[in-house]
Design a protein around this ligand. Structure first.
Ligand SMILES: C[S@@+](CC[C@H](N)C(=O)[O-])C[C@H]1O[C@@H](n2cnc3c(N)ncnc32)[C@H](O)[C@@H]1O
Length: 338
């Protein structure tokens, strides 16, 4: 029999070149969880999923992604795990339904694996944002580095595209999106410049309009001048922040006691939402003044595995540039009476 990884080795990442970020830390945080379901809410090419399934034989994967290209790549990469890896095309908003459907299916599918002890969700991973192939494939219209039709949809069946945001939104809508989701201080100037330049046909033209709208003195700092605007439009198109808040709540609701959840975010807007959700769950929403004993009856549902966030070391950034901005937070669900 050949090497079970030969499929992966022969076609390492031929059509889906995404190197997973900080795999060792993620696996270490999740390797001791009880046997059960491992919910990977951002499956991508399945890099983290493959590493964790290898490290923890008692886990069965329910892997979600809303991108059809990612789903196909993950299916190829995870084929060697057979019935241990279930892949579902779904968004965070449908996460609870996807897990429950999987539980019902495996409960009657007793031929594949003994599922009686493996119905609880004991590991959850969110590796947020876009994958490298989404950014690098010019047909997806995410990047300011190539000229393509502005698209930016992770789920290509949804109607809203970046072209509609850029060419259809009012000045007020554009300024709000760019200011809020890009944290861009020149949002108003950029929104005005976009409206004056319409119609905008490709991402290179869009990047140029943004660059010209930004004062020359500030163009030299903080990377490409269009980076924040592109991030903002992408967040708007994919409703990323609403999805994240819903996904975190749904994942915490299905996490079994002793189970762990790891979230990797890549910009401060995401990290703020994660930090707030974890803090609320770890305090049970306690409203008592800090420093005084809790008398409001709040009951924590999780404990933080670290007060702050893990960041990548210099070596990790050298090995994988995507690690540069990562912030990793992790919690463990506690029994109700704890
Ligand atoms: C950074 S990649 C994950 C890479 C993955 N950990 C790996 O090792 O290959 C993020 C993935 O999450 C998916 N994604 C982002 N937001 C999502 C959402 N709200 N619902 C479902 N999938 C989402 C994207 O389509 C993308 O494939």
């Amino acid at each position: 029999m050949g090497d079970p990884r030969s499929d992966e080795a022969a076609r390492p990442h031929d059509r889906f070149a995404h190197a997973p970020v900080m795999v060792d830390l993620v696996v270490d945080l999740l390797r001791e969880v009880p046997d059960g379901i491992y919910l990977d809410a951002t499956l991508g090419g399945g890099g983290h999923a493959a590493a964790l399934l290898d490290a923890h034989p008692g886990l069965r994967l329910v892997g979600l992604d809303r991108d059809d290209v990612a789903i196909a790549a993950a299916a190829r990469r995870l084929r060697r795990f057979g019935a241990r890896a279930q892949i579902v095309r779904a968004a965070f908003a449908d996460l609870e339904q996807a897990v429950n459907t999987h539980r019902r299916t495996t409960a009657i599918d007793t031929t594949a694996i003994d599922t009686t002890a493996t119905q609880g969700v004991t590991a959850v991973l969110f590796d947020l944002g876009v994958s490298s192939p989404q950014l690098d494939d010019p047909d997806r219209g995410f990047s300011y580095r190539s000229a393509s039709v502005p698209d930016m949809r992770m789920d290509r069946s949804q109607p809203l595209t970046a072209s509609e945001v850029v060419n259809g939104y009012s000045y007020a809508q554009l300024a709000r999106v760019i200011g809020t989701f890009g944290e861009e201080r020149f949002a108003s100037r950029i929104a005005r410049a976009i409206i004056e330049a319409r119609p905008i046909h490709d991402t290179e033209q869009l990047a140029d309009v943004v660059r010209t709208a930004v004062p020359a003195a500030t163009r030299r700092h903080g990377g490409h001048p269009a980076k924040r605007t592109f991030q903002a439009i992408r967040i708007e198109v994919n409703r990323e922040l609403e999805q994240l808040a819903e996904g975190l709540d749904a994942a915490m609701a299905v996490l079994a006691p002793g189970g762990r959840m790891v979230v990797m975010s890549y910009h401060s807007l995401e990290d703020r939402i994660v930090k707030r959700a974890f803090h609320d769950a770890a305090t049970g929403g306690c409203t008592c003044p800090p420093g005084l004993p809790c008398v409001c009856g709040a009951a924590p549902t999780v404990r933080l595995l670290k007060r702050g966030a893990w960041k990548a070391s210099e070596d990790e950034v050298d090995a994988n540039r995507r690690a540069e901005s990562v912030r990793i937070r992790a919690i463990e669900a506690v029994p109700e009476s704890a």
